[in-house]
Each structure stands twice: as structure tokens, then as C-alpha cells.
Design a protein around this ligand. Structure first.
Ligand code: FAD
Length: 365
């Protein structure tokens, strides 16, 4: 079978890789591959720490995809000869103030009740694990199964691998025969025919696609360079500081990712106030970041849905939708790719298909 995949962010690339490994041929269409939300993402793979009240079956999706990650990485490594920067080094969530500790412990109870790994620690126990933590933190939770990957490494490796199948153009419109999507028309007028077309454009759109329940949720995120010598921290540290979230993700090369704001103001450039707050809050948890230097400040929009779950399903006999990964696209890439490839084959037997059905909001009204 030949499949068009519109959009080559981490989701489109993971889907293309999955289809290729099932012996299908693919055409990837994207004028700026890897430069959307996937370029900004920290790459936290945090099924426990990302589970909050009121997200329904989202935690099942997150946990299933996290469990699939080691095999996803192995398959990429064996198909391409290059290994993404994946670290199974756990996550420590810390609270700055006593009120933050209450919120943290309440969340930990929820996470434990759902079978996720979240263990309450005393501040002294947390500081034994991470001596760079501030002396006055008020509580901590260790999420043993929450890991991280550098999403840029996955994108780079998959893009190199799939480049022969890439058309570096905007997809302008879906072409139909009245019953099904049969092709994609690019901005230059090329018609790319395929038995199946998969729309994985994040927030991007194209003619012929109905309006989707998506909105941009911007995030500012910094990449900083740690001091020379031993790393400042050895695992991801997420914090709640005066009810605001902040995180530091240490990379193997000594750099750190410090994020991320959550803005719905449609301002595309990095916001100074948000950046200031992130730095201030991160410094309250790990004072040593004052000695770091700034490598990069980036802002991108997360393709967010009303319930933070993706929109993944069939739109017509030749068209599949695979977007709306909100704040979890890096974590959900292996599961999203499997579910999408199954649908392309006509299988919808996975128990999690219903949780991501793109028609669920229409059905609810
Ligand atoms: C600051 C920040 C931090 C984040 N941290 C994490 C994290 O720690 N863990 C996690 O799991 N997730 C995280 N995310 C979320 C994650 O980045 C997204 O869910 C994920 O990148 C979505 O991937 P995507 O491929 O669907 O979208 P994108 O990466 O946006 O890719 C969409 C692609 O489609 C292309 N496109 C759009 N329109 C068209 C068109 N008409 N024709 C052709 N191509 C088109 C674009 O050029 C783009 O390359 C974060 C996001 C942000 C912003």
C-alpha cells in the first residue's frame, strides 16, 4: 500500500517509520520538517507526573506509550544505525512551599490510585538523590518510571532515514473523488496520489479538511548549558512553585532544558515575562542554575484539544487524522504510530482507539 503522510513532526515521522516497517511505501509532505512543536519539546516521558485530575483515560494512553518506548528506540536504532538520546533516569517532582506540597501529595495519591509509580519522599531523601536541590524545598515525589528522550535526536534520525520519501512543500489541499480522499495537491500544484492519506500537521491545516477542535497553547522553553564538571542534576526535576509548574531536564551532554510556560495569547515570539518567571522558579528549586549560560530560547505552540487527548481516527475511506497531541506528543509517538498504522490496515481492535476518536466531541453535543 502507498500512504501519504502530511506533516513531518515527530508524529508524522513516527507514523511513516511504523508504516515503512510494515512494508508499505510512504510519501512525507512538509515544507519545514521537524520545525513545529516537536522542535521545542523537552521530551519528558512522564506518565505519572503528567497525570492530573479530570483527564479521563489519558493516563492509560501515556502509560501504554511509555511502556512501548524502549522497543521504539531499539527499532529506530536497528533500522537506522543511530540511537536516539533516550535516558531511563526517573523524575523527581518537588514542592517549594507547604501549600505546593499539599497539591503535590494530592496528585501523588491520584497517580498511585491509577497504578502509576509515584513515591513520596522527605525533602532530605530527595536531596540525597539530587544534592543540588535547594535546602528549603518542602516535599518530593519520585516517579521511577518517568523518563526522557531528546526529541530533536529522534526527529533528526528519522528525517535522515526517510528523506528519500520527503516532498519539501506545503500540502495545499486534499483531493477527493467525491467519496474518498485519493491524493494531496501541493502548493506548487503537484498531485501526489495514495491509497491512504494521513494528516499529521499538528496545528497546520489544508483545504478540504474540516475545522478541528484544536487551539494553540504556546510554550516558552530555554536550553541552558550546565557548569563544567559533574552534572548539576542527574534526573528530570519538576517543580511546583507557588502553584506554577517548572522543570529541568538534564541531557547527557551536560546541557539542560528549562521549561515551560503555558500561554493562550497567540504571541508567537518568546515572552520575556514568562521566561523571567521560569528562571526565577527554577532557581528557587535548583539555585545552581544561576551559574549556567543560555544556549537558546524558543517558543512554539502545542496542538491542544479540549481534553488533551489526540484526534486519531478515520475521516473517510482514504483519509486518517493523527493530530492534537497537546503536551504529550513525544511520549505518545510510539502508541500514536501503532494505532494509526493499524487503522490504515483497517484494524480498530485496540482498546484505546475509542479514547482518541476524533468524533468524540461532536458525539458529546
Ligand atoms: C514548549 C513545549 C514543550 C513540550 N514538552 C513536551 C514533553 O516534554 N513531552 C511531550 O511528550 N511533549 C511535549 N510537548 C508537546 C509536543 O511537542 C507535541 O505534542 C508534538 O511535538 C506534536 O507533534 P506533531 O508532529 O503532531 O506536530 P508538529 O511538531 O507541530 O509537526 C507538524 C508538522 O506539520 C507541518 N505542517 C503543517 N501544516 C502543513 C501543511 N499544510 N502541509 C504540510 N505540512 C504541514 C509543519 O511544518 C510541522 O512540521 C511540548 C511542546 C511544547 C511547545
Amino acid at each position: 500500500m502507498h500512504v501519504n503522510i502530511v506533516g513531518a513532526g515527530i508524529i508524522g515521522l513516527a507514523v511513516a517509520f511504523e508504516l515503512e516497517s510494515r512494508a508499505h511505501t510512504v510519501t512525507l509532505i512538509d515544507p519545514a520538517p521537524g520545525q513545529g512543536a516537536s522542535y521545542a519539546a523537552a521530551g519528558m516521558l512522564a506518565p505519572a507526573a503528567e497525570t492530573v485530575w479530570g483527564n479521563g483515560p489519558l493516563h492509560q494512553l501515556l502509560a501504554a506509550s511509555n511502556a512501548a518506548y524502549p522497543q521504539f528506540i531499539e527499532r529506530i536504532a536497528s533500522a537506522t544505525g543511530q540511537r536516539p538520546d533516550y535516558l531511563q533516569n526517573s523524575t523527581l517532582v518537588v514542592a517549594a512551599e507547604p501549600a505546593d506540597r499539599e497539591a503535590l501529595h494530592e496528585l501523588a495519591e491520584l497517580q498511585i490510585s491509577l497504578g502509576l509509580s509515584a513515591q513520596k519522599l522527605l525533602p532530605s531523601q530527595a536531596r540525597k538523590l539530587e544534592p543540588a536541590l535547594a535546602a528549603n524545598i518542602s516535599g518530593a515525589v519520585l516517579c521511577q518510571d518517568d523518563h526522557q528522550v531528546d526529541p530533536r535526536s529522534i526527529v533528526k534520525i528519522l528525517l535522515e532515514h526517510l528523506r528519500p520519501h520527503l516532498v519539501e512543500e506545503r500540502a495545499q489541499a486534499l483531493v477527493t473523488d467525491g467519496k474518498r480522499t485519493t491524493a494531496v495537491r501541493t502548493a506548487s500544484g503537484r498531485i501526489l496520489e495514495a491509497e491512504q492519506t494521513i494528516v499529521a500537521t499538528g496545528l497546520g491545516t489544508l483545504d478540504g479538511l474540516n475545522e478541528l477542535p484544536l487551539r494553540p497553547v504556546y510554550g516558552d522553553i530555554l536550553r541552558i548549558q550546565g557548569p563544567a564538571g559533574p552534572p548539576l542534576i542527574t534526573r528530570t526535576i519538576r517543580g511546583i512553585v507557588h502553584r506554577k509548574q517548572v522543570y529541568l531536564v538534564p541531557r547527557r551532554d551536560g546541557s539542560l532544558v528549562l521549561g515551560a510556560s503555558v500561554r493562550e495569547d497567540r504571541q508567537q515570539a518568546v515572552n520575556i515575562g514568562a521566561m523571567h518567571l521560569l528562571l526565577d522558579n527554577a532557581r528557587k528549586l535548583v539555585p545552581g542554575i544561576s551559574d549556567c549560560t543560555l544556549n537558546e530560547a524558543t517558543a512554539r505552540a502545542r496542538p491542544a484539544t479540549p481534553d488533551d487527548r489526540p484526534l486519531l481516527g478515520r475521516l473517510d475511506p482514504g483519509l486518517l487524522l493523527c493530530t492534537g497531541y497537546s503536551r504529550h506528543g513525544v511520549l505518545l509517538a510510539p502508541l500514536g504510530a501503532t494505532l494509526t498504522a493499524d487503522l490504515a490496515h483497517g484494524h480498530q481492535s485496540h482498546p484505546l482507539h475509542q479514547a482518541v476518536d476524533p468524533h468524540r466531541f461532536a458525539n458529546a453535543t
